[in-house]
Design a protein around this ligand. Sequence first.
Ligand code: GSH
Length: 218
Amino acid sequence: MSEKPVLYYFNARGKMETIRWLLTVAEVDFDEVFLTSRDQYLKLLENGDLLFQQVPMVEIDGMKLVQTRAILNYIAEKYNLHGKDLKDRAMIDMYSEGVKDLNEMIIMLIMSPDPKAKLEEIEKKAKERYLPVFEKALTGPVYLVGGKLSCADVYLLECTLMLEEKFAGILKDFGNVKSFQGRMLQIPAVNRFLLPGSKRKLPLDQKTLALAKEVFNL
Ligand code: GSH
């Protein structure tokens, strides 16, 4: 078995990208197996590799983990990115779930029957609901929780970059979040991940969406 974690997903961001981000910040190299056919998916099912018949799946430490949050929590715990105590963890989890809600909206945009309206909704919610929370949390502190880098910081960084891809200048009224993003971008592993040729992926496009439908027989 590979020493490195092996990530099973499509060659696109989707639900796996946050896992890629977290491993990157934890400085853990990983291998990837991209789903390209229904047969390959059926073989994984046949082998009992996908507990709920879904990906992302990550082979790590002799386990075949599914469910994105479970995978992220395992990595965060293992690499000391989940706070120093239970109370820190509760805060980290609240921030993480907030970021996840926003992230999911962006990821699912491609499925929307009315992408323009959805995009407007995302921008409004980002500006009025989510970014103000992070702006406040980052008034003073360098990181979101406990003065220490956590998985929530990694998720927020990823989300701010995705937001800026969709809405250039969205952070202009959120100076603390923008400064936070700048600090996070100085982390060498983050810096490398943003360079061309890294394992960072492009957003899910129509071609990969069609492939996913074929793989899952949807
Ligand atoms: N709760 C799961 C998680 O967060 O990992 C959802 C995973 C999920 O919906 N995966 C999709 C999938 O495998 C691909 S992004 N769909 C096939 C299916 O549900 O049959």
